[in-house]
Write a protein that binds this ligand. Structure first.
Ligand code: SF4
Ligand code: SF4
Length: 181
């Protein structure tokens, strides 16, 4: 006897409760059909990759992890104006400003700098508005530092300056590349 089921998706499917014959009760045909589906997928183009050995090519407009930039003399560009934090729709950015001392001129480009600068990566939606709001070209969502790593502790997703500021050797390399071009 066929039982008609109500389908929310609109795809009506009929099920049957008729008694199975001997061959049907062995499930051989059903197993074979299942195996055929598996074998068919073996020859299809794979949608998964062996990360981290393999990586996908990124879009030219990909927004990766934030980098607080240095200028061509290796000084931090950020002046702790707070515009990035104000423009952030996720309220992910916090900072504390400090005044530069005369002996710190080689470290910070402006008279005011971010003593503390933190981004909560659990809040960030990688919209890039902080980058657009910055008047000092001090923050970029870079492709070179792509992924925010998986963690087990929520505290580890609060990225401070130790993780955000561009490494000095990277800044020197950028300056050398610019000079060569
Ligand atoms: S990318 Fe967007 S959400 Fe993330 S910190 Fe910047 S402004 Fe906030
Ligand atoms: S990153 Fe740019 S916008 Fe944000 S505080 Fe620093 S200078 Fe201002």
């Amino acid at each position: 006897m066929a039982i008609e089921t109500i389908s929310l998706s609109g795809k009506k499917k009929e099920v049957s409760n008729k008694k199975m014959n001997f061959w049907e009760s062995l499930y051989l045909i059903a197993i074979f059909k299942g195996l055929m589906i598996t074998i068919k997928h073996l020859f299809k183009r794979k949608v998964t990759i062996k990360y981290p050995e393999q990586t996908r090519s990124l879009s030219p407009v990909y927004r990766g992890q934030h980098t607080l930039m240095r200028d061509d003399e290796g000084r931090e560009r950020c002046t702790a104006c707070g515009l990035c934090a104000l423009s952030c729709p996720a309220e992910a950015i916090t900072m504390k400003a400090a005044e530069r001392k005369p002996e710190e001129k080689h470290l910070y480009r402006e008279e005011k700098y971010a003593e503390i600068y933190e981004i909560n990566m659990l809040r960030c939606i990688f919209c890039g508005l902080c980058e657009e709001a910055c008047p000092k070209q001090a923050i970029y969502l870079t492709k070179s530092r792509t992924m925010v790593k998986a963690q087990t502790d929520r505290e580890d997703f609060i990225y401070g300056k130790d993780k955000l500021v561009m490494p000095l050797d990277m800044a020197i390399k950028n300056t050398q590349n610019q000079a060569a071009n």
